[in-house]
Design a protein around this ligand. Structure first.
Ligand SMILES: *Cc1c(COP(=O)(O)O)cnc(C)c1O
Length: 393
């Protein structure tokens, strides 16, 4: 049996006609950049996330860059973030001439560890200008603690929610638990519509959401080279525009997102059960991912998008061998991420290589993402677990 890591063909099949019609309309309209499809997407994503504003952008990376520009990050600034994430999180900071200041991760959720953030802020002498948490694999970072620290040190928080559109976080307000969406909690939140994200387009696309109207206005100006009014540039921006064809595709897909999230969560629950039954968990071979904010009842756990499983990531000893073994059995897996950011070559000579972030380093040696896409069948999942058991037998 062949089990790919991701199969976009099965998602496309039932939507293909609708997408083709809508893309054809855009082509015939001859309006290809921004325009009504982008506006509709912005309105619907803002409503979905429960925020006041949203700005369609050319990619998740550009969303991060634009958001950091909009809050004034520049040369000499430090941005507090995690070394265990996709390169773009740090790349966007570096491209603005700023520097990442890394806090290690919580080994259970792989998200930035608030205790480590707190310790770094205590030592900081005013150089840290923003906190950039990542909601890795589709589960929110510990935002209650991060926002509390941000408030204490008067810092903006830019959420890298590229893997977590729609993921919900249980915030306690007036002794009541309310679910807030990824991207809607900090100063601004950044999404990516790269094809492998839970909401993916057919090229590159991204978005920033926020509640501050003035920030939204400045993001709209930054999106068009900082020109406002047109051809008058009081700030320098970039070409960060989302194109209409991508927005049209996303407008078709957005309404399906809740059912895709639920299907991924159902698949995760089945993997959890199968690994438990296989004896691999008790045997200490496989550690399954921990959904930290699972609802207080089973019903809530099922209905609330507390984890959207952009990735289902296990920890295994001999990870690279397991990966090769599964590859030989036609099972696709991936390592997110094999090199923590502080060890990347582009930082050579900047003093990062001597630093040590033990949890990030350990995670980069042990984590393995398994197929989790919505249309995965039970039979495929049983095969994956059975093959991993075969490796260890
Ligand atoms: C995908 C991703 C990005 C970048 O998004 P692009 O749309 O590919 O530019 C940024 N951060 C994280 C954590 C991501 O997973």
């Amino acid at each position: 049996m062949k089990v790919p890591l991701l199969d976009l063909k099965v998602q496309l099949a039932p939507l293909r006609d609708e997408i083709m019609d809508r893309v054809t309309d855009v082509i015939d309209s001859c309006r290809y950049i921004l325009g009504p499809e982008v506006q509709e997407l912005e309105k619907d994503v803002a409503a979905y996330c429960g925020v006041g504003h949203s700005i369609g952008l050319s990619s998740g990376t550009d969303a991060l860059i634009a958001a950091l520009m909009a809050i004034g990050i520049g040369p000499g600034d430090l941005v507090l973030t995690t070394p265990y994430t996709f390169f773009a999180t740090m790349g966007s900071v570096l491209r603005l001439g700023a520097r990442p200041l890394f806090a290690d991760i919580d080994p259970v959720t792989y998200n930035i560890d608030p205790d480590s953030v707190s310790a770094l802020l205590e030592e900081d002498e005013g150089k840290v200008k923003a906190i950039l948490p990542v909601h890795l694999y589709g589960q929110c970072a510990d935002m209650a603690r991060i926002l509390e620290l941000a408030k204490r040190y008067d810092l903006p928080v830019i959420e890298d929610a590229a893997q977590a559109i729609g993921a919900s976080y249980p915030m306690v307000k007036d002794n009541k638990r309310i679910w807030l969406k990824a991207g809607a909690m900090g100063t601004a939140g950044c999404f990516s519509f790269f094809p492998s994200k839970n909401l993916g387009c057919m090229g590159d696309g991204g978005m920033v959401v926020c509640n501050d109207g003035r920030l939204a206005e400045s993001l709209k100006i930054i999106r068009v080279h900082g020109g406002y009014p047109k051809y008058h540039h009081s700030v320098i921006g970039g070409n960060f525009r989302l194109d209409a064809i991508q927005a049209a595709i996303l407008n078709v897909k957005l309404s399906h997102l809740p059912e895709w999230h639920r299907a991924r969560r159902r698949n995760a629950a089945l993997y959890d059960m199968l690994f438990e039954e296989s004896g691999l968990v008790d045997g200490g071979r496989v550690r399954t991912p921990v959904a930290k904010y699972g609802g207080e009842s089973e019903k809530e756990s099922f209905e609330v998008d507390h984890h959207i499983y952009n990735q289902y990531v296990i920890r295994v000893p001999q990870r690279d061998k397991v990966k090769d073994f599964l590859q030989d059995q036609d099972i696709g897996t991936e390592i997110y991420y094999p090199i923590p950011l502080h060890k990347q070559k582009c930082l050579a000579g900047m003093g990062y290589s001597e630093l040590s972030f033990p949890e990030s380093e350990k995670a980069s040696e042990e984590t393995l993402a398994l197929p989790i896409y919505p249309e995965l069948t039970d039979e495929m999942q049983r095969y994956v677990v059975e093959r991993i058991a075969a490796f260890f037998s």
